[in-house]
Design a binder for this molecule. Structure first.
Ligand SMILES: *Cc1c(COP(=O)(O)O)cnc(C)c1O
Length: 403
């Protein structure tokens, strides 16, 4: 699943680093395209905005799901046009809206935000086409809607449409996203069907077709060894039936699907090294370069395992007992030992594994942690204690590495 020679070579130059493998990114993209041939994909930059990663993803025809003005600007710098960038996030400031609308389609996240965009547009003497994020009446797994800080409740949105006095905005799209990291294909397919039905109702209420319906994300990746990958054939069959029917009825409407984690999550590994070893009260410790402050999720996993049985609740810090495989470059016949892996911070929080069996480790040995392509570097507190940050390396399909 990764090249040991490449890792060993890079470990000579870096004490700790992320390695993103472009060929794996392209494979995931290919699977997504085969599953949903009807849609345009938007890459959710927040999971990994590494400039080489985003350029590779954008080169495959993906647009941007930007969750901040910074992500809008990064997407623009990477070459995307306004029609390819969708800026959807709660709590945008007026300055961010003003700047964002130059380079992206705004997706309003609340009724007051719609009014602010209307006012900004009036000041500029323009009519701005916007999308609106909706919190649908039906929750992800069915049942009544749940309270959410994201989007406008469906009933409030329809009430707004009835009395809409905003003359300087035109609603041309809707966006819904209720859940990430889903592995239950039937549940995701059913959610997508609900959003298409919602789009029909919105089109009816507006008396015209929408330019786009953004179905949000959802496709997850297996972390723990007892999880199975998403059954993409179920999604494909459902899309063939329902997406095709929707598009046949509304040929001018585009369908968007957002994806971050599925596209890049499995493409990355985090590599670090043993910097010290000791035994304390019978427990063997290997101390590693930057763990909590390099790739935080495994440490969160250890904490969560102690205090909480419902780890999904803290996504994207999600983790669970064996969510991240820990591998070495040792020869297969190396004797094994039980070891506790900790980081080099002056806090007890950076434990990434307790008492696991690994080949006997020496000073400078390499440790590889999987599933480090999404919500990894970006969510790790790298300023903590001012250690040198891990490098981020990108392995191109031609075998060259760029930093
Ligand atoms: C985070 C997020 C995504 C991306 O989710 P992934 O699980 O990384 O695919 C998509 N849409 C919205 C609105 C999000 O907040």
């Amino acid at each position: 699943m990764y090249s040991k020679t490449v890792i060993a070579e890079q470990a000579k130059h870096h004490d700790c680093f992320y390695l993103y493998d472009e060929s794996k990114i392209l494979q995931s993209i290919e699977t997504m395209k085969q599953t949903f041939p009807q849609v345009t994909f938007l890459y959710s930059l927040k999971c990994n905005p590494n400039p080489h990663v985003i350029r590779s993803v954008f080169s495959q025809g993906f647009g941007a799901d930007a969750a901040s003005l910074g992500e809008v600007l990064l997407s623009k710098e990477a070459g995307l046009t306004k029609d390819q960038i969708y800026y959807s996030a709660p709590g945008k400031t007026t300055a961010e809206l003003r700047e964002g609308m130059k380079y992206a389609h705004l997706i309003a996240d609340s009724l007051p935000e719609i009014e602010r965009i209307d006012k900004l547009s009036a000041e500029q003497g323009v009519v701005t086409e916007i999308g609106v994020r909706i919190n649908p009446d039906v929750a992800f797994y069915g049942g009544k809607a749940l309270p959410s800080k994201s989007g406008v409740d469906e009933d409030q949105f329809f009430a707004f449409l009835k009395e809409n006095n905003c003359k300087h905005i035109r609603i041309t799209g809707i966006h819904a996203h209720l859940k990430s990291q889903v592995l239950d294909a039937a549940a995701l397919a059913s959610y997508q069907k609900n959003i298409l039905a919602l789009a029909e109702r919105v089109q009816e209420a507006c008396g015209r077709e929408l330019a786009y319906v953004n179905l949000g994300s959802g496709v997850g990746i297996p972390f723990a060894s007892n999880e199975s990958p998403m059954d993409m054939s179920v999604l494909q069959a459902s899309a063939k039936e329902y997406f095709d029917a929707f598009l046949a009825a509304h040929p001018n409407t585009k369908l968007f699907i957002e994806t971050g984690r599925y596209t890049v999550g499995k493409s990355g590994v985090y590599v670090t090294k043993v910097v010290d070893k000791k035994v304390s009260c019978g427990v063997k410790y290997a101390i590693l370069k930057n763990t909590f402050n390099g790739f935080v999720r495994p440490s969160i996993g250890v904490m969560v395992g102690k205090y909480n049985d419902d780890p999904i609740a803290i996504e994207p810090m999600f983790t669970c007992k064996d969510a991240f495989q820990i591998l070495t470059l040792k020869e297969a016949d190396t004797p094994v030992e039980k070891v506790t892996l900790v980081g080099n911070l002056c806090t007890a929080a950076d434990v990434i594994a307790e008492d696991i069996e690994l080949p006997e480790l020496d000073f400078d040995d390499v440790i590889i942690i999987t599933n480090a392509g999404a919500y990894a570097a970006v969510v790790s507190p790298m300023q903590f204690s001012l250690h040198t940050k891990p490098a981020e390396l990108f392995l191109r399909t031609d075998g060259t590495i760029i930093e």
